[in-house]
Design a protein around this ligand. Structure first.
Ligand SMILES: [Zn+2]
Length: 457
């Protein structure tokens, strides 16, 4: 009798989810967590009742989840595995429920050989109380949306509570807070990836803050601390906590030619040449190797990989052209990566920073994250002018002044339209716009902005 009731519940939840998704699409809404939310209201433990594929890969971390999940899925499909993944990007329990139930038969069987699940680092513990991933990739823990998430240590605790013994952990060895998760489970069923040259990288902190200076295990200062946003070697003399050995090792990284080598033999061409992309690619390599995909298939697929999440949008104005670097508000590592691009481009340029709405989802006016971004790096001779625009242009102004940017280079115009018009009056070799996913729409939809290539999602 109970089995029959369960069957009816599953059928009902799947039907409700699929029906609500169809209605949502008819109304023109994209990826949504609402259908899953409805199904969870109806059957709270529905995720426990469905039949998942034999291999379930979960991916979490502050930065790079979506790109890495895309890469993993791409490799699995190249290897002929029928793979389901939450492409819509809703990664809290409601979004995961929408994704899985939409992939289910009415009897509750997910129609795939592998499920790849991007999961929000704070809410993974809610999702995984109902099912366990077979492989759990944890990538990094940075300051990200502090008003919502809290400090990385808080996020660490939330992730720790999402880990069950059934899941094999695949961890970034170069991030002390992440590798501590391996220490906590006595290194049982844990595998690591990292860079062989992290010893060289670890001694320099290019960022503003230094969250990883102290040992996450005993709290003492580490003799060679790794730096948030810049992974590296670390060792604690007091308790012995140290960077673990890696199964998958980045043995070469050339950001000029966008090439990466893994374990000395596998060479991969990257779509984007930055440190974060190297780590994401290494993580995708590690996970797909671990589930049995042969190295040639992985390398060939990653060589041709093109993300649908564009990080750069080429635009043309009347007199100027340039690149919009899509960054994440409330996430300084993301902005630091964009600044790295401007710093490495030696051409004379103008830069515009737009901070208009801090969050798409949450009502916050917190600007503390502006103080974590390494704006000092923009104090360069080839950066001729910096336009500050949007509601928070005056907060940006104070930050720029403290970063030592000469007063004559700073132009503050709250109206994005007017700021773009002013930027277009003076010709420079190129220009850059730095802003987030939602504020970039306000730039792209201006009548005198023509998008040449790249769409952000
Ligand atoms: Zn220690």
């Amino acid at each position: 009798m109970n089995a029959l009731i369960d069957k009816i519940k599953v059928m009902l939840a799947v039907a409700v989810c699929k029906g609500a998704t169809a209605v949502s699409r008819l109304l023109g809404h994209g990826g949504s967590s609402k259908p899953g939310e409805l199904a969870l209201k109806l059957v709270p433990d529905i995720l426990e009742k469905i039949h998942l594929p034999e291999t379930v890969i979960a991916v979490t971390g502050s930065n790079g989840k979506t790109s890495t999940v895309e890469m993993i899925t791409s490799v699995l499909r190249s290897a002929g595995k029928k793979t389901a993944w939450n492409k819509e990007g809703s990664n809290q329990i409601e979004g995961v429920a929408t994704f899985l139930l939409n992939k289910c038969t009415f009897s509750g069987r997910v129609k795939a050989q592998v499920a790849v699940i991007e999961t929000d680092e704070r809410y993974a513990r809610l999702t995984f109380q109902y099912f366990r991933p077979t492989h759990y990739l944890i990538m990094n823990l940075y300051r990200d949306q502090l008003t919502r998430n809290g400090h990385p240590e808080d996020v660490y605790k939330a992730i720790r509570d999402s880990i069950y013994p059934e899941s094999q952990l695949i961890l970034n060895a170069d991030e002390p807070l992440v590798s501590k998760l391996g220490v906590e489970r006595g290194q049982k069923n844990v595998l690591y990836y990292g860079a062989s040259f992290s010893e060289d990288m670890g001694s320099v902190n290019p960022g503003i803050y230094d969250d990883a200076a102290f040992c996450p295990v005993c709290g003492k200062r580490m003799s060679n601390g790794s730096q948030q946003g810049h992974p590296g070697m670390y060792h604690c003399d007091a308790c012995g906590f140290a960077r673990p050995n890696t199964q998958w090792t980045m043995t070469g990284m050339d950001l000029c030619t966008n090439r990466l080598s893994i374990n000395g033999t596998c060479r991969i061409r990257l779509e984007l040449g930055n440190t974060a992309q190297c780590y994401n690619t290494l993580a995708a390599f590690a996970v797909t190797s671990q589930v049995g995909i042969d190295p040639d298939t992985i390398v060939n697929t990653l060589n041709d990989f093109h993300s649908h999440m564009e990080r750069a949008v080429q635009y043309q104005l009347s007199n100027n052209s340039g690149t919009a670097l899509i960054s994440k508000h409330e996430n300084s590592v993301s902005y630091d990566q964009s600044i790295q691009v401007i710093r490495d481009d030696q051409r004379d340029c103008q830069v515009m920073i737009i901070v208009d709405a801090i969050s798409r989802k949450y009502n916050t006016s917190d600007t503390s994250w502006l103080w974590d971004i390494d704006f000092e790096e923009l104090n360069l001779p080839h950066v001729k002018r910096i336009f500050l625009s949007g509601t928070y242009c005056h907060d940006l102004t104070v930050r720029m002044r403290l970063a030592g940017i000469p007063r004559e280079k700073i132009i503050v115009i709250e109206s994005i339209q007017e700021a773009v018009r002013q930027m277009d009056l003076v010709h420079e070799e190129t220009s850059y716009v730095m802003t987030c996913f939602s504020d970039i729409q306000k730039f792209k939809t201006l009548s005198h902005v023509r998008v040449v290539s790249g769409e952000c999602t």
